[in-house]
Ligand binder design. Sequence first.
Ligand code: ZN
Ligand code: ZN
Length: 71
Amino acid sequence: MDCWHCRRTAVGLCRFCGRSVCENHALTRPYILELFQGPLGTRALVVEDALHCGACTVRPDPVPLPELDGP
Ligand SMILES: [Zn+2]
Ligand SMILES: [Zn+2]
């Protein structure tokens, strides 16, 4: 598997889009593992340094999918 950016041997996969990246192009950014409702409101379980390829765009907020919420 080669890096998306430079074709060197990749060291990992982007957590967000699945592209492979080498050590020079690997970035990190917080990744939300899970959202849950608690007495203090909605909380997120976050991985602080998930691997990011730098090529894909991650929206800062989850996108609402009202179609999936049902009636
Ligand atoms: Zn690279
Ligand atoms: Zn990516």
